[in-house]
Design a protein around this ligand. Structure first.
Ligand code: FO1
Length: 310
């Protein structure tokens, strides 16, 4: 079964790891958020693409939730000592990847092409695609000002409440090569358990990607990133509470109006099943906490099982 997954953030990367234990990894295409991308110390960093590549290659630091395992921080400490930027922590091993990508982008290679090379270099079978090769950046409007994604998320600790999310460059952005074909050739579309606003929102802001989902002829199943109204990590619950006026599965459903056929959410939220169904979306109750490899695989299997009747 060919599966195309819209993904961003740590939750999405963990979900993909489970998915490749449940289906042939070569049948999986990850379409990844680039709204968080930034330039630090002259290096082009694509945190969500890297989370996917590291997770699928078994190189991720699962505890920290970003970057590589067995990381050291000597280059960053040295840059800091020379008065360089150190607010965004780049590890020594991680920097190796950023050097290769930055050189390729500067030489004119598209992000999708260099990502494909990086994925091949670590030997992963799924296809990993940025949503777009164009520059698309997420901005957060808050009562304290407007911030780029990483300024808000890392430098300010995502403490500013968000009134609105904007995607600079989205109107002119084209899907990266392979994205539309992956959406059309898939047997199943999945929206990973990622933040609907800042992880999935930038992907859906690319018009041709949103339209492909709207006009789908195959099931699209989203997995809620919230359990009992809380995110395992990150600001999703606070964002939904403020911009969607609630954190239940039906509020997550509302983020994907017209785009999904079923929502998989945690058994802790089972009482909300009728409210999801009332929105014309099939509720699928599962255990969604991806605490270990078994739990990740079981969640992926619950999504695949849900397709039979979606
Ligand atoms: N997140 C942090 O909270 N602090 C950091 O210093 C930080 C550095 C970093 C470096 C490389 C990378 O790939 C990710 C990094 N992240 C860091 C995570 C990143 O900001 C977010 O997890 C994603 O952008 C959200 O999807």
């Amino acid at each position: 079964m060919k599966v195309a997954v819209l993904t961003g953030g740590g939750g999405g990367a963990r979900f993909l790891r489970g998915l490749v234990d449940a289906v042939d990894p070569a049948d999986v295409t990850a379409i990844v958020n680039v709204g968080d991308d930034l330039e630090v110390l002259g290096l082009s960093v694509s945190p969500d693409l890297d989370s996917v590549v590291y997770a699928l290659a078994g190189l991720a630091d699962e505890e920290r939730g970003w970057g590589r395992a067995d990381e050291t921080w000597n280059a960053l400490a040295s840059a800091d000592a020379f008065g360089g930027e150190s607010w965004f922590r780049l590890g020594d091993r991680d920097i190796g990847l950023h050097l290769v990508r930055s050189q390729a982008l500067r030489a004119g290679e598209p992000l999708s092409q260099v990502t494909s090379r990086l994925a091949a270099a670590v030997g992963i079978d799924p296809t990993v695609l940025p949503a777009t090769d164009d520059v698309l950046r997420t901005w957060l409007e808050t009562p304290n000002g407007t911030f780029s994604f990483q300024q808000w998320f890392v430098a300010r600790g995502h403490r500013d409440p968000v009134d609105r999310v904007r995607f600079e460059g989205a109107a002119a952005a084209h899907p990266a090569p392979g994205v539309v074909d992956a959406l059309h050739n898939a047997d199943l579309l999945v929206v990973a358990p990622s933040n609907p606003y800042v992880s999935i929102g930038p992907i859906l802001a690319v018009d041709r990607i949103r339209r492909a989902l709207e006009r789908r002829r195959i099931p699209c199943i989203a997995v809620s990133p919230l359990i009992g109204g809380r995110a395992v990590k990150g600001p999703a619950a606070e964002m939904l509470a403020r911009m969607q006026s609630g954190t239940s599965p039906s509020h997550v459903t509302d983020c994907y109006e017209g785009l999904i056929d079923a929502l998989v959410f945690d058994e802790a939220d089972a009482v909300h099943a009728d409210a999801v169904a009332a929105r014309g979306v099939r509720p699928v109750i599962a255990r969604t906490l991806m605490s270990d490899a078994d739990a990740r695989r079981r969640l992926a299997e619950a999504v695949l099982d849900a397709t039979a009747v979606a």
